[in-house]
Design a protein around this ligand. Structure first.
Ligand code: CAA
Length: 370
C-alpha cells in the first residue's frame, strides 16, 4: 500500500480582507463574501517566491531526507523555462544529491498528476520515498474580474509505502482541449474566460464523477463558492452542508493556490471532520486547458497522530492584514522582481520566515535558510 505519509501546507503571513478589496473596487462586499465565498486572500511577502513557500511547507514533514528518491514540483507559476524549481528546493532543503528532481505543469492539475506519478514510483522502488510539492501565486492583476480569486501558497506531501495518512487510489481522467484559462509566454497573467472556465470545470466533474456517495469530497477550489457549485452537480450524491464547511474552511481565507487548492480542501477535511479512520474520501482535481480527474483516498487508522492541526490553524489566525496600499506595494514589488535579471533583497522578512529569496544573479536564484 502506497500513499500520503505526511502532508503540510504553507501560505504567506500577510492577507487582504475581501471587504477592504470590495470597498476599494466599489463593489458590494457581499458579492465577494457570499457570491464568491472568499473572506480573505493570501498576499505574497517580498522575501518569498514559489521555492521559499514550498520549502516552508516541506521542511516540517521532511524527517527522512536520505529516503527521498524523487522530488516532484507542480506549479503554473514557474520561475524558469528550463531549470526545475525542484532543484532549487533540493538545495535549500539539503536533500542528499542522489535524487531525481523534476517540475510538472498542467494548470491546477499537475499536483494530482505528480501525486499519482510518485505513488507509482514508490510502488516500483521499494523502500524509497517521494517529496511532492506544489507552490503557486494566483495573480490576475489589479481591477480584473479574477482579482477576488487570487491567493498564494504551497502544499507538501511525502509519498511512502505503508502511509500513515491515506492510501492513494488512481482515478478517472478527462482531457479536453479548451481555451478557458491559459498563460502564453507573452503574458504576465493568465488569459481567462471566467464563466466558460466554470462550465469546463463542471463538465469535467460530470464526466468523471463515479455516481457514488462519499461522506467527504474535496473539490478543486479556485474560489470557495466553486465547491458549492460543484457539490450541486452531484445531485443525490452531494455531500452534507457540514462536510462542505470543512472542505471550504482553509480556501475561504487563503484564496486560490492553483495546484494546491484541492489539497487545502483535504487539509480542511482532515482538520475538522470527526474520526475519518477507514473512510474513503473523493477528490476532484481540475486544471484548466483542461484535465479533470476524480480519484479517492482511503484514510488510514491513526492518521490524526501525524498531522499538526493546531499549527495549521495557528498559522492562519496569526497572519497580518494588509491595507490596499500594502497589497498594491506587495504585488507591484512581486511583478517588478519577476522581471529582474539581478536583484538583491534587503532583509525585512518576518522573524518566523525560515526561507528567504536573498538574490537573483544573472537570472539564477539564491536563497537563505535562517
Ligand atoms: N451579494 C451576494 N451575491 C452576489 C452579489 C451580492 N451583492 N453580487 C453578485 N453576487 C453573486 C452573483 O450572483 C454570482 O453568483 P453565481 O455564481 O451563483 O451566479 C457571484 O456573486 C459572482 O458574480 P459574477 O458572476 O457577476 O462575478 P464575476 O463576473 O466578477 O466573475 C469569476 C466571477 C468568473 C469567478 C471571476 O472572478 C473569474 O474569472 N475568476 C478567475 C477564473 C476562475 O476562477 N475560474 C474557475 C474555474 S477554472 C479553474 O478552476 C482553474 C483555476 O484555478 C483558475
Amino acid at each position: 500500500m502506497v500513499g500520503i505519509d505526511r502532508i503540510n501546507y504553507y501560505t504567506p503571513r500577510t492577507y487582504l480582507d475581501m471587504t477592504t478589496l470590495a470597498e476599494a473596487r466599489g463593489v458590494d462586499p457581499n458579492k465577494y463574501i457570499k457570491g464568491i465565498g472568499q473572506e480573505q486572500m493570501a498576499v505574497l511577502g517580498e522575501h518569498e517566491d514559489i521555492i521559499t513557500m514550498a520549502a516552508e511547507a516541506a521542511a516540517p514533514i521532511l524527517d527522512d531526507k536520505d529516503a527521498i528518491d524523487l522530488i516532484v514540483f507542480a506549479t503554473e507559476s514557474g520561475v524558469d523555462f528550463s531549470k526545475a524549481a525542484s532543484i532549487y528546493l533540493q538545495h535549500l532543503l539539503e536533500i542528499p544529491n542522489p535524487v531525481r528532481a523534476i517540475e510538472m505543469k498542467q494548470a491546477c492539475y499537475a499536483l494530482t498528476s505528480g501525486l499519482h506519478l510518485a505513488t507509482d514510483f514508490v510502488k516500483s522502488h521499494p523502500g524509497k520515498k517521494a517529496l511532492v510539492v506544489s507552490s503557486d501565486i494566483a495573480w490576475y492583476g489589479f481591477e480584473t474580474a479574477g482579482e477576488v480569486t487570487q491567493g498564494a501558497g504551497a502544499i507538501a506531501i511525502i509519498v511512502a509505502e505503508n502511509p500513515r495518512i491515506a492510501r492513494v487510489n488512481s482515478g478517472v481522467p478527462y482531457t479536453e482541449d479548451v481555451p478557458d484559462f491559459y498563460r502564453p509566454n507573452t503574458s504576465d497573467v493568465p488569459i481567462v474566460d471566467g464563466k466558460f472556465s466554470i462550465d469546463c470545470y463542471n463538465k469535467a466533474l460530470i464526466e468523471t464523477f463515479p455516481k457514488h456517495t462519499y461522506k467527504y469530497v474535496g473539490f478543486h477550489m479556485p474560489f470557495a463558492k466553486m465547491a458549492d457549485k460543484a457539490n450541486r452537480i452531484l445531485e443525490e450524491f452531494a455531500i452534507s452542508d457540514d462536510a462542505l464547511t470543512c472542505v471550504k474552511s482553509y480556501s475561504k481565507t487563503i484564496g486560490n493556490i492553483y495546484n494546491g487548492s484541492l489539497y487545502l480542501a483535504l487539509i480542511g477535511i482532515l482538520t475538522h471532520a470527526d474520526d475519518l479512520s477507514g473512510e474513503t474520501i473523493g477528490m476532484f482535481s481540475y486544471g484548466s486547458g483542461s484535465i479533470g480527474e476524480f480519484f479517492t483516498l482511503d484514510i488510514v487508522e491513526g492518521y490524526d497522530n501525524y498531522m499538526d492541526t493546531d499549527a495549521w490553524q495557528t498559522h492562519l489566525t496569526s497572519r497580518h492584514a494588509l491595507d490596499m496600499k500594502g497589497y498594491e506595494q506587495a504585488m507591484n514589488a512581486f511583478m517588478a522582481r519577476e522581471k529582474m535579471h539581478d536583484y538583491a533583497y534587503q532583509d525585512r522578512a518576518p522573524e518566523q520566515a525560515t526561507y528567504v529569496l536573498s538574490a537573483i544573479r544573472n537570472g539564477h536564484r539564491e536563497y537563505q535558510k535562517r
